[in-house]
Design a protein around this ligand. Sequence first.
Ligand code: PLP
Length: 409
Amino acid sequence: MFKANENYLKLPGNYLFSMVASKIDAYGKQNPDKAARIVRLGIGDVTQPLAPSIVSALHGAVDEMASAGTFRGYAPDLGYDFLRETIAREDFATRGATVHPDEVFVSDGAKSDSANIQEIFSSDARIAVCDPVYPVYVDSNVMAGRTGTYDQKTGLWSNVVYMPCTQENGFVADLPAADANVSIIYLCFPNNPTGAVIDRARLQAWVDYANEHGAVIVYDAAYEAYISDPALPHSIYECDGARTCAIEIRSFSKNAGFTGTRLGYTVVPRDLKDADGTSLRDLWARRHGTKFNGAPYIVQRAGEAVYSEEGKRETREQISFYMENARIILDGLRSAGYEVSGGVNAPYIWLKVPDGMTSWGFFDHLLESVQVVGTPGSGFGPSGEGYFRLTAFGSRESALEAVSRIKAL
Ligand code: PLP
């Protein structure tokens, strides 16, 4: 009799957002009169429609697909040159970072890339993650059998190095010990869920650590467009030496509203080699060629439009809109006496729950008392206990309403 992949069976049940959804559902059924009042600041999905210049590029590409002379079949596995060249120029050269178009791999988004990138490392590579963290990095390594055994009590895996992000370190993890023996370090800035950012000197210290200890940093910059402080780095390749130790993952989801349209990319520099001199760039190209048949032409044209002058202006306006929500939530909660962080260079607000409450306790309290939904920090890792994440991706009304209800608690 066949057997299923036993690594999948090790995954703890109840994905965070399913648990949130089932609690909302149960509350709505028990309180039908209040169900319509629920304000959702939980899931990190955008709400603004695609910008006009992007929609126009989509329409144009659809028309091309409708005519024999301009129809396109399979896209190149690694992405169309028009998009890879635009990305290399606009996202990196303009910031003084060196990334060549043939080091850019276009994909259907950062979730797939951040989950799949572990495949090109040896099966005994040890990973290090921030705690709390976007769950995909750990879960994809669980599926690959790299993480050891799970401790129900602590919520930790035996073969994962956890790097706590706490109030004390400003929610930016400290470097692992010199003898931590980590091969893959996952970093994400601006951070989901804490909204924390990293400055150039601290990011440089990570790059230096990785080069010194023979580790690779997988740098998830999905929220890069939310950085407003001009001194902060947008890409890890702004640091010296990053081309020999870093992979960067980007998404069009949060900078341009592509959560439903799907587009992202990963940069693997040619200078990134393993202990035997194997090029990770070539392995990723091989993987992409075997397991991925290219992002749709239509969507890649839409991605290109994000970098046009109108595209830049329109998407900047959307980001400003969300960041005004963030300001409303941050200022409102602060004036109500809550301790809050993030929300300045990131669309997430990280709130310390009142003393004596757990993250889930505060979730229930907000849902039952004022019908506001956020995400319990403990769902992102043990160090998230005692915290709560609110997102700025909703409508203006929902941000204002949530704040006024929480203030009235
Ligand atoms: N990385 C982080 C840190 C995220 O928070 C998210 C989505 O919420 C993603 C990646 C996924 O992005 P995409 O929509 O491109 O798959």
